[in-house]
Write a protein that binds this ligand. Structure first.
Ligand code: SF4
Ligand code: SF4
Length: 130
């Protein structure tokens, strides 16, 4: 992926989350307070650093954004009012939206309708379509 694509992704993440990654000065308070920081790769401060360096694709491919429990502790500890929970949420949304072709209503046949509960279809359309 080109650096231009990566910088577009950073802009998208900033727009979706309402956060500016340049506001972060890497103090580490968010990571220090994160209850699952030891399991999160990358933890919040390092995830934001990746975005500052234009390495958005690396963050989107990481497990860390899925480990975040959206507990909001990081945002309350940040002296710069950066809310990493919103950034992680924006990253997850971008990935889920990109997978919209995984469930195509046009290819659902009668057998699928008999075999799969309706709630599962609705949940899939919500998650994997825009
Ligand atoms: S919102 Fe996510 S990153 Fe922030 S402290 Fe909670 S689990 Fe950690
Ligand atoms: S607490 Fe705020 S300023 Fe400090 S590293 Fe985390 S996001 Fe950056």
């Amino acid at each position: 992926m080109s650096s231009q694509d990566n910088s577009q992704l950073v802009s998208q993440i900033e727009e979706l989350s309402g956060q500016r990654v340049s506001d972060c000065y890497q103090c580490g308070c968010c990571t220090a307070g994160c209850p699952v920081g030891e399991l999160m790769d990358p933890p919040p401060s390092r995830a934001i650093r990746l975005l500052q360096l234009g390495r958005a694709q690396e963050l989107l491919a990481s497990e860390g954004i899925w480990v975040c429990a959206s507990c909001l502790v990081c945002g309350t500890r940040c002296p710069r009012n950066v809310d990493y929970a919103k950034i992680a949420e924006a990253c997850r949304a971008l990935i889920l939206r990109a997978k919209r072709s995984q469930v195509d209503p046009d290819v659902v046949d009668d057998q699928d309708l008999q075999d799969v509960p309706q709630q599962a279809f609705i949940a899939s359309f919500r998650k994997f379509s825009v």
